[in-house]
Design a binder for this molecule. Sequence first.
Ligand SMILES: *Cc1c(COP(=O)(O)O)cnc(C)c1O
Length: 204
Amino acid sequence: MAVTKTHGPEKVREAYAAGLRVFGENRVQEFAGKALALADLHESEWHMIGHLQTNKAGKTAELFASADSVDSLRLAEKLDAAARNLNKKMSILIEINVGGEAAKSGVAPGSQELEDLLRSAPRFEALDFRGLMTVPPYIEDPEGVRPYFRRLRELRDAIVKRKLADVGTGVLSMGMSHDFEVAIEEGSTCVRVGTAIFGEREKR
Ligand SMILES: *Cc1c(COP(=O)(O)O)cnc(C)c1O
């Protein structure tokens, strides 16, 4: 996934021309401003990867194919209602806070919130639960991040074993510019790469 936050439509076009099709943005408002200028890129697939407030559920369902940062049952409810209103099906990933960091969003492994999300999957007709996503703690040496990636994979494997209805577990979205190689070794199926493709971002 090419992460295009802070970059203008021209950069996205270049990436698309080079063959990239899956893109990530972390702010609904920012993408709303670009979406119109990119409407002709018919094969592009947009994912919301940043923290989502429930009051942005409607706009998210409108603009994105997938919300990869779902971290509460309430947010899933809002997205489901919004997607149903639009007669569309939306993919979601559950974001897991593998490092237990206070400053990061995501549900804790083993938490009641995660349990509620997994068990509620069958009643969300417009949502397709496809897997897990994480943003691990930043550690200078990518090897230091390996245990967090491993933890996400083990959590996925534990969920697979339970054979829960309507919970897809194929997607493990993990790995960014500085640690994607380690993430792939640990089973990532989707690396989210911004800086390594587009260069350093300007401060907002
Ligand atoms: C910005 C961002 C990325 C990409 O980060 P880079 O270090 O630039 O590759 C990946 N995931 C999320 C959730 C992001 O916000």
